[in-house]
Design a binder for this molecule. Structure first.
Ligand code: SAM
Length: 232
């Protein structure tokens, strides 16, 4: 038996590439986006009452990680990328039905559009459903997860004089907390855990319409070397 689902909307996100997106929501509060609802869910009726809710669950498709063959075991980056565990013990993107879920902050509601923050979603992510976060039911005081006991330790993020000037300029142009966004995302250390970065190796990703480049002067810290407007 199979079922088909239809997205109710699409996320316009600050994250234009998968690399350096935090591995869970809430880790980068400055990560913002807008969920644009498709008809008929763009009508005001569908959103009535949502103004009383601070956070929502989004159920979405990992549309850039869909695979024909299901994986039974995966190597979560969180475990160093070389240990295999059952897919259902992880929040890996490669899943039987490609469905992800994230709790995100609902900042503001406009007709047909939800402004969100703390997202971990790629630009263009199709959203299947929205549900209100229910604190008394969704927060389980005695819950434990020994595979992911706490948020990863952040690493230090530094700037050069030039990159700091650049990020401040681009933040003003974008009217976004771009410096905080970069610091929050890079502090999660996006590189795969098994990779020891050479100091001269450059890494990069695109946030909004800017390209961000950084390197690891030593394995425990990042220096942002360039923030430049992407070529259109
Ligand atoms: N919070 C969700 C969950 O638990 O289902 C996602 C967790 S998953 C480990 C987070 C990663 O998914 C991000 O780091 C990003 O690289 C990736 N991602 C986000 N949106 C995606 C999409 N639409 N398609 C494929 N990968 C995506």
């Amino acid at each position: 038996m199979s079922y088909s689902v239809t997205p109710i909307g699409i996320v316009r996100s600050c994250f234009k590439e998968k690399f350096a997106i935090p591995r869970q929501p809430q880790l980068a509060p400055a990560a913002r986006g807008v969920l644009e609802l498709h008809p008929p869910f763009d009508q005001a009726h569908a959103l009535e009452g949502l103004e009383q809710v601070s956070h929502v669950w989004l159920l979405f498709m990992f549309h850039q990680a869909l695979e024909a063959e299901p994986r039974l075991r995966v190597r979560p980056p969180r475990l160093g990328g070389n240990r295999m565990v059952g897919v259902f013990a992880t929040r890996a993107t490669h899943r039987p039905n490609g469905i992800g879920q994230s709790v995100v902050r609902l900042e503001r509601i406009e007709p047909g559009r939800l402004h969100l923050s703390g997202i971990d979603l790629l630009d263009g992510t199709p959203v299947l459903d929205i549900k209100p976060y229910v604190p008394y039911a969704d927060s389980v005081a005695e819950a434990r997860n020994d595979l992911a006991a706490a948020a990863p330790e952040p690493i230090a993020v530094h700037w050069t004089e030039t990159s700091l000037e650049q990020v401040r300029r681009e933040a003003i142009r974008l009217e976004e907390p771009l410096q905080a966004l970069i610091e929050q995302c890079l502090a999660q250390d996006p590189r795969p855990a098994y990779q020891t970065p050479a100091p001269d190796r450059r890494y990069g990703t695109r946030l909004w319409d800017v390209d961000v480049r950084w390197h690891y002067p030593d394995p425990a810290s990042i220096t942002v070397v360039e923030v430049s407007r992407a070529e259109r």
